[in-house]
Design a protein around this ligand. Sequence first.
Ligand SMILES: [Zn+2]
Length: 109
Amino acid sequence: MAKFSHFGTVKDAAARLRKTLKPKYPVYIIRRKLKDGTGHCILHERTKHRPKRFDIVICKTLQENTAVLLLVHEWAHTLTWSEKPIHGPKWGVAYAKCWNMLVENDEWH
Ligand SMILES: [Zn+2]
């Protein structure tokens, strides 16, 4: 079985997601310390300096492997933003697509 580090970095995973599973608005990835030690996704309205965009915030103290798994979860939210329930079937399908993109080229079966 492959190690989770096989998934690479958050930066690499985000670059691949941007290419293949493009949300409606640009996605900014932000690493900072979060009290709950996890991650979240926010849709921001346009400001003077930045377009309407998603911010995916991932706790910076997490190991890279865990951070990549959170990124995949949050990316699925950017693809199904207005869907309710937020972790319903549409999110589940989007999550599967993101996951598949992450592992499609590896040899872990
Ligand atoms: Zn979620």
